[in-house]
Write a protein that binds this ligand. Structure first.
Ligand code: DAH
Length: 351
């Protein structure tokens, strides 16, 4: 027979759980010596069997206890070692701020969304690839309408049925067709025209606004735009002028200019006698409402559209529109915004 004291001694010296597992199967497993001894019990007479069985059980219990205790001990040791290793060093310096910057166009979209959300507008979206119907026909611009030529459209098929949207206005149609009046949305998004110079890029950004409800007037449109322009340029007063204009999808239509003066090459808004056009707007044409399944006798409202890139250039003093799309890291580092500085109306919109 094996020596119990020797075995217990051996167990106490074990260093890891695997080794302990091996010892366990060696001394308690099916082929272990103690098991063989149990098998021999049958050949003993009753009296001897009782004595032998009790001593074997006693031994087995001692071995099991020794192994289980060692197992717990090893487990505790392992946990303590892990805790030691994962200790947080609170004296370490903080991580560096991220290197990336938010592009001025993204920043301005966030600013504009924040401003309009304050007065109940929500943000809607539509695809860049549009149908000719949503981009023109439904917006009261039939095939022979001269306004179509002015848009320098990128068509995507021979039949001119699919195109890259030339403005964000088709999202007016999509929104009205997929919901029920009233509507109060803004649509920031990419738009495309076949045009490129210092102030035009083939891909640019527009912001559309649409507010449809009962009893809306041109007065609501003026109030809304007055609020927006003041908030956006962060000034208390603004000079604004509505010039009569024409868009097929609004009647009456207007273009809006804001007054400014130059001071050492910088634009100061709200004073001066120069005018800068910033957007087009008007009361939504009844034909547009009909095409979008809205009853013009019950509902009417206003719409507006503006160029986001131009607004960003004006606000942040950027001269060349093309620099927006050059992905020059030095430029982005200079004009970009801190990613953790999300613009909101209460905290301030820009730096
Ligand atoms: N979609 C027009 C454009 O790209 C801008 C515009 C003008 C949008 C008047 C409107 C609007 O919603 O009412 O030139």
């Amino acid at each position: 027979m094996f020596d119990l004291r020797e075995l217990i001694q051996k167990v106490s010296q074990v260093k890891d759980k695997l080794e302990l597992q091996n010892i366990k199967s060696q001394f308690l497993g099916k082929n272990s010596q103690i098991n063989q001894e149990f098998k021999k019990l049958g050949s003993l007479n009753e009296k001897d069997r009782k004595i032998r069985a009790s001593s074997l059980n006693n031994e087995k219990q001692k071995i099991t206890e020794a192994i289980n205790n060692k197992f717990k001990e090893l487990e505790n040791l392992e946990i303590n070692q892990k805790l030691q290793k994962n200790k947080v060093d609170v004296t370490l310096p903080g991580r560096e701020r991220p290197n990336g910057k938010i592009h001025p166009v993204s920043q301005v979209i966030d600013e504009i969304s924040s401003i309009f959300s304050e007065i109940g507008f929500s943000v809607a979206e539509g695809p860049d690839v549009e149908s000719e119907y949503n981009n023109f026909t439904a917006l009261n611009t039939p095939e022979d309408h001269p306004a179509r030529d002015m848009h320098d459209t990128f068509y995507l098929d021979k039949n001119k049925k699919i195109l890259l949207r030339t403005h964000t206005s088709p999202v007016q149609i999509r929104t009205m067709l997929s919901g029920k009046a009233p509507f109060k949305i803004i649509v920031p998004g990419r738009t495309y025209r076949c045009d490129s110079d210092q102030t035009h890029a083939p891909m640019f950004h527009q912001l559309e606004g649409l507010h449809i409800d009962k009893d809306l007037t041109m007065g609501h449109l003026k109030g809304c735009l007055d609020y927006f322009v003041k908030e956006f340029f962060e000034v208390n007063k603004i000079k604004m002028r509505f010039r009569p204009s024409h868009f097929p999808f609004t009647e009456p239509s207007a273009e809006v200019d804001i007054g400014y003066r130059l001071e050492n090459g910088r634009i100061i808004f709200g004073e001066g006698d120069k005018w800068l056009e910033i957007l087009g707007c008007g009361m939504v044409h009844p034909n547009v409402l009909k095409n979008a399944k809205v009853d013009p006798k019950k509902f009417q409202g206003y719409a507006f559209g503006m160029g986001i890139d131009r607004l960003a250039m004006l606000k942040y003093g950027i001269n060349d529109l093309r620099s927006f799309f050059e992905a020059d890291f030095r430029w982005l580092n200079y004009f970009g915004f801190d990613p953790l500085d999300v613009p909101t109306n209460y905290r301030g919109l820009s730096r």
